[in-house]
Design a protein around this ligand. Structure first.
Ligand SMILES: *[C@@H]1O[C@H](CO)[C@@H](O)[C@H](O)[C@H]1NC(C)=O
Ligand SMILES: *[C@@H]1O[C@H](CO)[C@@H](O)[C@H](O)[C@H]1NC(C)=O
Ligand SMILES: *[C@@H]1O[C@H](CO)[C@@H](O)[C@H](O)[C@H]1NC(C)=O
Length: 390
């Protein structure tokens, strides 16, 4: 037993490395990202195969020119803690086979789960080389455990590999249900991470404005504000389960003048995009077979084109059947008229479900019995949570 624990320790301590991979624009001065959310790999071989086949098909349909795959969270079904390492290995096998660089944003780690965030990132690094960019906050300025182990800045260079084209920012949402004691919504990006982001954006010399793309697992409160009070294109199929408290990332993003897109995972029946206060916000598309969600599985493609000083992006959903969904106002379930209730609290539409005292019932309170909550337009089953988060 003793030698085994020493071996484990060695693996964990020696494999954390700083990726030397330099990401560059392709020959057409663009950079295409394949954004995948909730692959949910577990012991269901058929479902895993379907996910694999879908990714292969998308890579082919896109013309084999993916510059980076971004895994927005729940790459492995969070209930599969015993087999986490092998399941994660299966999930990333396909990127290794195609030599597609990939990065993970973290996602959920259940409280009291054997799979801690430290363990997740150590497996990530152990299995992922040489195309793994998830080299963690360890190599950023700041205290990794406070800014979030997955938090990092990834520079994307011009074709020459020398000058900066733009940055990708990964902000770790810290994978749980607790934002500084507020449990009515998801966990949040830490105050230290936001200070880190402010400092890092301040330090960048390049004058290019609004050219950066930011990824995080859970949507920000501003996603909820955008759909409740403004508009978006795509599918608004469920409540926005945003971070329980607004720790100010959106304001910092505006002040930085650098951020073009903020892209989040989670909320498997939302896949919309929109613009709020000059920043583009988007969900990915639910990618994995397992877990919640009624949308046809797929991925979001985000393409950045850089011809200094001009920068432009395009994005669409590519679904499992090869369809491209541009979300240019057709089939727009986010239109204001489609909402019966405005949402003002993360993970709860006020007044839609209230307890005996008239208080809100939150998504995560619905765990004792499997229960239907009416969400527009689909009826979604919320499974009882196994762990006690509250
Ligand atoms: C990756 O390649 C290996 C070796 O050719 C193969 O066994 C495996 O099935 C491939 N994995 C995927 C996901 O295509
Ligand atoms: C980083 O934060 C952790 C958690 O709060 C703390 O235990 C640790 O001492 C800090 N490390 C440094 C170098 O400040
Ligand atoms: C709108 O959605 C329907 C039903 O899913 C689909 O058949 C149709 O092709 C969609 N139209 C467009 C323009 O995407």
């Amino acid at each position: 037993m003793k030698s085994q624990s020493i071996l484990t320790l060695l693996l964990v301590t020696t494999v954390s490395f700083k990726s030397t991979k330099v990401l560059k624009l392709d020959s057409k001065d663009s950079f295409k990202m394949l954004v995948l959310s909730d692959l949910y790999i577990d012991n269901n071989a058929d479902a895993n195969q379907a996910v694999d086949d879908m990714i292969k098909q998308i890579v082919k349909d896109e013309g084999y020119d993916i510059s980076l795959a971004v895994l927005l969270g729940d790459t492995v079904n969070p209930d599969y803690e015993d087999s986490y390492t092998s399941r994660f290995g299966e999930a990333i096998d396909i990127f290794k086979n195609y030599s597609i660089p990939w990065v993970s944003v973290g996602g959920e780690d259940k409280p009291d789960n054997a799979v801690t965030r430290e363990y997740m990132i150590s497996r990530d690094q152990f299995l992922g080389q040489p195309d793994d960019l998830s080299f963690s906050a360890k190599y950023q300025n700041g205290n990794a455990s406070k800014i979030g182990l997955y938090t990092q800045k990834i520079p994307i260079y011009q074709k020459d590999g020398q000058s900066l084209a733009f940055n990708i920012w990964i902000l770790d949402s810290l994978g749980g249900y607790d934002c500084y004691g507020n449990k009515q919504g998801k966990s949040c990006i830490s105050n230290e991470a936001i200070d880190w982001f402010k400092q890092e954006t301040f330090n960048i010399q390049s004058k290019s404005l609004q050219s950066d793309i930011l990824f995080t697992t859970y949507p920000l409160e501003e996603f909820m504000i955008m759909t409740t009070h403004y508009s978006a294109q795509g599918t608004c199929g469920q409540q926005v389960c945003c971070q329980a408290e607004n720790t100010g990332l959106f304001k910092a993003a505006i002040d930085s003048k650098r951020i073009n897109w903020i892209i989040a995972g989670g909320d498997s029946d939302n896949d919309y995009k929109g613009t709020y206060q000059g920043i583009n916000l988007a969900y990915a598309r639910k990618s994995g077979q397992g877990g919640n969600g009624q949308l046809k599985r797929g991925a979001r493609i985000v393409k950045a084109n850089v011809q200094n000083p001009i920068f432009w992006t395009s994005t669409y959903i590519r679904d499992i059947d090869g369809n491209i969904i541009t979300q240019d106002k057709s089939n727009d379930t986010c239109a204001r008229a489609n909402f019966v209730a405005d949402q003002s609290v993360c993970c709860s539409i006020y007044g839609e479900k209230t307890d005996g005292n008239g208080g809100n019932i939150f998504y995560d309170d619905l765990k004792d019995n499997e229960e239907d909550i009416i969400i527009i337009p689909a009826k979604i089953k919320v499974k009882p949570k196994e762990q006690n988060h509250l």
